[in-house]
Design a protein around this ligand. Structure first.
Ligand SMILES: *[C@@H]1O[C@H](CO)[C@@H](O)[C@H](O)[C@H]1NC(C)=O
Ligand SMILES: *[C@@H]1O[C@H](CO)[C@@H](O)[C@H](O)[C@H]1NC(C)=O
Ligand SMILES: *[C@@H]1O[C@H](CO)[C@@H](O)[C@H](O)[C@H]1NC(C)=O
Ligand SMILES: [Zn+2]
Length: 517
């Protein structure tokens, strides 16, 4: 059944505007492949922003969104609903769709699949009992291992000193067979869980310094990680008081989870023409969360890239353009991290900037520009930010700045010295009264009320916002494909910086959609 569906989808693709656009480019008379190629290149127009923007049609974008939803349905067998989460048939179908579309443009792009091992966590059940109270704010961390034998474990709650970032903060004698109680802050949750595990704890609870609960992730699994919860500061306060006055708090911790390894692919396409020493790079993510089909997150971004990659073939570029479709973004930016980390130093230098396009059509949208600044981010990030600002301004549209705080795939780039930025339309944030005046929509609601849910389907797109933003993406590609004049030169970087490293000084708490510090 699955194979039939895949075939049917390809049939559909053949009828879409994409293939039609391509065939228009071809001469009507039959020619040999060589002659065909020669004719193609000589006929191409020099890259021009207005012309590339003019190729953006909302019907093409919408047709692609409908196709993507059909692909997400391939995930139904295993997940009972459409999804494109890594490891699902919905995701492999997505990769095949992107790859085959680009393979059809092999006279214009070199194409690469970059396989890597991603980790994916499933949490089936979890419970934390502190004294005789079930902790209602306790939330298992993403990628947490289960408690032993996926059964409840019990012990005393043991308060760890300071923020639990140093080995000295842990008393192994007291912790052995018990449950570590650790203050959030200063270092990643993964480090705290690892140190608790090394000291014999059977589970760990990281409590917040703020009243709120903590929805975090442990990041890359390590062998010493133990089952770990986040807990709200509000619920932690009375428990902390008891512990500090010397009382014991009997604790039961239970997490039934699995962490799986999944081999998946980034897809990278680069123009054959254009200066290879000076590339403009852009990316979106090909995967969704398990809960839904991810048509806005990030169908909207990844399909915009595919449409622009298709339209770009009509033009001759001066600088190389490199497109990326990342996998494992939802598990913590795994694909983009892997890509940047494995770039040799000489290759890092060739990327003049990276532009992130994650969620461009939120139904209750705001035009958001990442507030990337040269004083805290690699130099050039601010020039890119201003390109978006200038475009919105020139089109009489309002925009807002949003924190450039590590929530999407640009993070690995800016940590490794590559200027970055991007635009978005909003996820689970709440639209303000002022923003309602600026963009329309509804104050008090999420920008994307279907964020990370089953209802992130074709109806969860604002087509006006999508078309506007797709044109701006086209403008960003065309601008740098034409020239880097006036754009800061790259600075070489030595150190490779990995997740959670302290060497890149900044106040960022996110790595992907979840907190990690
Ligand atoms: C690629 O080209 C083949 C052969 O022309 C066609 O059947 C297929 O639909 C195309 N795929 C995409 C995604 O455009
Ligand atoms: C921009 O925002 C102002 C309110 O700050 C509003 O009056 C104006 O209509 C908005 N412009 C557009 C194009 O929506
Ligand atoms: C998109 O947003 C605009 C501005 O808020 C609104 O006028 C329009 O009705 C929305 N379109 C859809 C399809 O939701
Ligand atoms: Zn996303």
């Amino acid at each position: 059944m699955t194979a039939m569906k895949v075939l049917a989808l390809h049939g559909l693709a053949a009828l879409s505007g994409v293939s039609a656009a391509r065939s228009q480019q071809r001469p009507l008379t039959h020619q040999s492949p060589l002659a065909d190629t020669v004719t193609d290149t000589t006929e191409k127009k020099a890259i021009d922003s207005e012309a590339l923007q003019g190729t953006i049609k909302v019907e093409n974008l919408l047709a692609r969104a409908k196709q993507l939803y059909e692909i997400a349905k391939l995930g139904e067998d295993e997940y009972n609903h459409p999804t494109r989460v890594i490891g699902s048939k919905g995701h492999t179908g997505t990769l095949e769709y992107i790859h085959s579309a680009l393979a059809n443009m092999s006279d214009y792009y070199t194409l690469e699949k970059q396989p890597f091992t991603a980790v994916s966590g499933q949490i089936y059940e979890a419970r934390l009992v502190l004294g005789d109270e079930v902790a209602s704010s306790a939330w298992p961390m993403g990628l947490t291992p289960p408690t032993k034998d996926r059964q409840p474990v019990s012990g005393n709650l043991v308060l760890v000193e300071n923020e639990g970032c140093e080995a000295d903060d842990y008393d192994g004698d007291k912790l052995k067979g018990n449950i570590a109680f650790i203050l959030r802050g200063s270092c990643p949750f993964g480090t705290k869980s690892e140190l608790a595990g090394k000291n014999g704890a059977v589970a760990a609870v990281v409590y917040n310094y703020e009243d709120d609960s903590v929805s975090g992730t442990l990041g890359t699994p390590l062998k010493d990680h133990v089952a770990t919860f986040g807990l709200s500061g509000e619920e932690a306060a009375p428990v902390l008081k008891k512990l500090k006055s010397g009382k014991t708090v009997d604790t039961i911790a239970y997490i039934d989870s699995v962490v799986e390894k999944i081999v998946t692919d980034n897809i990278i396409a680069q123009t054959i023409e254009g200066d290879k020493e000076n590339c403009v790079m852009l990316g979106g993510h090909s995967d969704s969360v398990a809960e839904g089909p991810g048509i806005n997150d990030d169908g909207s971004g990844s399909l915009t890239l595919l449409e622009i990659a298709t339209q770009l073939t009509k033009f001759k570029v001066n600088n190389c353009v490199r497109f990326a479709w990342w996998a494992g973004e939802e598990e913590g930016l795994l694909g983009s991290d892997y890509y940047v980390y494995n770039l040799p130093k000489e290759e890092n230098k060739k990327i003049r900037l990276f532009m992130d396009y994650d969620m461009l059509a939120s139904p209750n949208f705001a035009y958001q520009v990442y507030d990337a600044r040269n004083d805290v981010n690699p130099v050039g990030s601010q020039e890119l930010r201003d390109l978006y600002v200038d475009w919105y301004t020139a089109h009489g549209l309002n925009y807002t700045f949003i924190p450039f705080d590590g929530r999407s795939d640009y993070d690995g780039f800016i940590r490794n010295g590559i200027p970055g930025g991007g635009i978005a339309t909003g996820a689970e944030g709440i639209k303000t009264k002022e923003e309602e005046k600026m963009f329309g929509g509804k104050k008090g609601d999420w920008y994307d009320p279907c964020y990370h849910q089953l209802c992130d389907d074709v109806s969860n797109l604002n087509l006006t916002a999508w078309e506007v933003n797709a044109k701006l993406v086209a403008h960003s590609v065309a601008t740098y494909a034409k020239s880097f004049e006036g754009f800061p030169q790259r600075v070489e970087v030595d150190a490779k910086v990995t997740e959670g490293s302290k060497t890149y000084a900044r106040s960022v708490k996110y790595h992907g959609g979840k907190l990690f510090i």
